[in-house]
Design a protein around this ligand. Structure first.
Ligand SMILES: [Zn+2]
Ligand SMILES: [Zn+2]
Length: 71
């Protein structure tokens, strides 16, 4: 099955394992922190590393993340 699109290399080879995302093409990794206790902050963008990803779109750099919350 296809993975998520990697913002670094553009391939759909990002795979999520628990709270970590890794690109099997370029090796980029990102950790998705739990959002508990963070009071409405978004998830961490694996491009700019800011916690401003809401509904898959980073409000800091505009990167569109195709993964979804597991909840
Ligand atoms: Zn990549
Ligand atoms: Zn970003």
């Amino acid at each position: 099955m296809a993975g998520k699109k990697c913002p670094e290399c553009g391939k759909q080879t990002l795979f999520q394992n628990k709270n970590e995302i890794k690109c099997s093409t370029c090796g980029s990794t990102a950790t998705i922190p739990p959002n508990e206790g963070k009071g409405g902050r978004g998830k961490q963008c694996f491009n700019c590393e800011k916690y401003k990803v809401f509904n898959g779109t980073c409000h800091e750099c505009g990167t569109v993340h195709t993964y979804r919350d597991s909840e």
